[in-house]
Ligand binder design. Structure first.
Ligand SMILES: *[C@@H]1O[C@H](CO)[C@@H](O)[C@H](O)[C@H]1NC(C)=O
Ligand SMILES: *[C@@H]1O[C@H](CO)[C@@H](O)[C@H](O)[C@H]1NC(C)=O
Ligand SMILES: *[C@@H]1O[C@H](CO)[C@@H](O)[C@H](O)[C@H]1NC(C)=O
Ligand SMILES: *[C@@H]1O[C@H](CO)[C@@H](O)[C@H](O)[C@H]1NC(C)=O
Ligand SMILES: *[C@@H]1O[C@H](CO)[C@@H](O)[C@H](O)[C@H]1NC(C)=O
Ligand SMILES: *[C@@H]1O[C@H](CO)[C@@H](O)[C@H](O)[C@H]1NC(C)=O
Ligand SMILES: *[C@@H]1O[C@H](CO)[C@@H](O)[C@H](O)[C@H]1NC(C)=O
Length: 439
């Protein structure tokens, strides 16, 4: 006779205890990993990673797992909520986030990380070269001190920084560097999202993962337009040399006196640098045998604003991907008269929430509107992680200190807003008629 499974609170208290053991076991590994990232690309990752936390990932445990009673418990719980006569919801996807910042951004990066955290995802944090090594160390130490990050083994810090010039091509190179590390860290994420320290989420990760679980995994979300007026020409025709690519000190961008013609071997598309890209696209750029990604990179190395041109142009000029692109980066921005995104304030709250976007940008550091988003939208307590279905703690301020199955999502109103936006974008042929349109 089997003893009946203990009630839920007892099981989760046990979870908290066992995790401390896992923490000890994984601490060394995370240290090794940070070091291996920092010490040039010749390093190889350790041959056998430690087992994943059994409470977060009950389905990914080896067969001979002594914790299988807990697994049964989670299963049973799950089919009381899911009616057996209905099809189960699709299993949630996994996202790979690259979060970049510069000098004195480590606090903002951590805040953003806490507000977009989910154990299913992967996070790579990058403080660029102008930031001090002590900032980078602080970031790595803080990340290492958070139990769930160690249990899920999904937050890494780039130890050897890149130089990323905001307007030059070194930013693009740094993004591709991050994407390639993420490809190597994990074979199971589905979308790549590039965030800067000035971005902030408008939905919880449960909302986002829930909605994305219903979409085909080859879909890409990238603002793009082939319209090139005088303003765009001014961005595309100058020839620059980005010092971030070859000098180790920050110096001014070098502009050539001549301008050049627009290319005719491919069609240029411009967009915003925020996007949600499928894993397939990232593999195409980094591992693919088609030469378009490299040709474009070399062309763009001397173009200002290359980050906002690369992915739109790549996707629209590729037969493989031009039908997978949705003309919206899922990010809200508001533009001033000079077509520059202006900082978002409290007065914009209603607009950006109603837009249904998943992220908004840019925000000033510690702007009060971020506290409002935390309070009203993410229900996040300052200094804590955004709560989700995996958080089982009982008191409000430690809800994510006790955890359970990361596959269980509790989407809220944010999911409905995002769904509305996607339905609008996908309806009536809006999707096709806005895709890679040549103007
Ligand atoms: C859960 O599913 C299993 C097998 O599908 C079934 O035997 C069991 O009765 C279900 N449990 C509950 C509580 O519905
Ligand atoms: C499960 O589905 C059956 C038949 O469709 C229905 O009668 C029952 O009320 C449902 N139960 C729950 C908990 O949704
Ligand atoms: C992206 O495109 C949408 C729809 O065309 C627009 O509303 C939004 O402002 C654009 N976002 C950015 C960041 O350019
Ligand atoms: C990724 O985000 C960083 C930080 O905002 C930005 O500098 C870079 O241009 C972005 N890269 C791409 C390819 O969009
Ligand atoms: C995609 O590429 C193919 C082949 O180049 C072309 O026929 C098709 O019109 C393109 N589709 C879009 C939406 O641009
Ligand atoms: C949680 O909040 C309560 C009051 O809101 C406080 O008494 C308690 O010390 C807090 N616990 C932790 C772990 O911060
Ligand atoms: C879709 O078509 C219907 C009827 O033709 C129209 O009322 C609706 O506004 C359209 N929606 C969009 C997003 O274009």
């Amino acid at each position: 006779m089997q003893t009946p499974p203990p009630p839920q609170p007892a099981a989760t208290a046990g979870a908290a205890k066992t995790t401390t053991i896992y923490i000890l076991a994984t601490a060394l590994f995370s240290l090794l990993f940070i070091l291996s990232l920092s010490s040039s690309s010749t390093s190889s990752s350790p041959s056998s990673p430690p087992p994943l936390d059994p409470y977060l990932f009950p389905d990914k445990q080896p067969q001979s797992n002594p914790n299988h009673r807990h697994r049964l418990l989670i299963r049973n719980q799950r089919n009381t909520t899911n009616n057996l006569s209905e099809p189960p919801p699709p299993s949630p996807p996994s996202l790979a986030y690259l979060i970049s910042g510069s000098n004195r951004d480590s606090g903002r990066i951590l805040r953003l990380l806490f507000s977009v955290y989910h154990p299913r995802n992967h996070y790579l944090l990058h403080l660029d070269l102008p930031a001090s090594q002590s900032d980078r160390d602080f970031l790595a130490l803080t990340v290492r001190s958070i139990p769930v990050f160690r249990a899920a083994q999904n937050v890494n810090v780039i130890g050897k920084a890149d130089f990323a010039y905001p307007k030059g091509s070194s930013g693009l190179s740094s993004t591709l560097h991050g994407a390639s590390i993420l490809l190597r860290i994990s074979g199971n994420w589905d979308w790549f999202i590039n965030l800067s320290a000035s971005d902030y989420p408008l939905v919880t990760q449960d909302d986002l993962l829930h909605i994305l679980s219903y979409l085909p995994k080859d879909l890409n979300f990238v603002n793009h337009s082939s319209y090139i007026g005088w303003r765009e020409s001014r961005k595309l025709k100058p020839i620059i040399v980005d010092p971030g690519l070859y000098l180790s000190e920050r110096t001014a961008m070098f502009y050539a006196t001549q301008k050049r013609e627009l290319p005719d071997a491919f069609r240029l598309f411009m967009g915003s640098s925020s996007s949600v890209l499928s894993r397939e696209v990232i593999e195409f750029c980094i591992l693919g045998t088609d030469n378009l990604p490299r040709t474009l990179l070399m062309y763009l190395s001397n173009t200002p604003s290359s980050a906002s041109v690369y992915f739109p142009t790549l996707l629209c000029n590729s037969q493989q991907f031009n039908k997978t692109i949705m003309n919206h980066g899922l990010q809200y921005a508001s533009f001033d008269t000079r077509q520059e995104a202006r900082p978002l304030k409290s007065k914009d709250f209603h607009d950006f929430i109603q837009s249904g976007a998943a992220f908004a940008s840019p925000f000033l550091a510690d702007d009060p509107v971020l506290d409002r988003i935390d309070r009203e939208i993410l229900r996040r307590i300052p200094g804590k992680l955004v709560p989700g279905g995996w958080c089982l703690g009982e008191s409000k301020n430690n809800t994510c200190d006790v955890w359970g199955d990361a596959d269980i999502l509790r989407p809220g109103r944010g999911a409905r807003r995002l769904e509305k936006l996607l339905v609008k974008l996908l309806s009536n042929g809006t999707f096709r008629s806005h895709q890679c349109v040549v103007e």
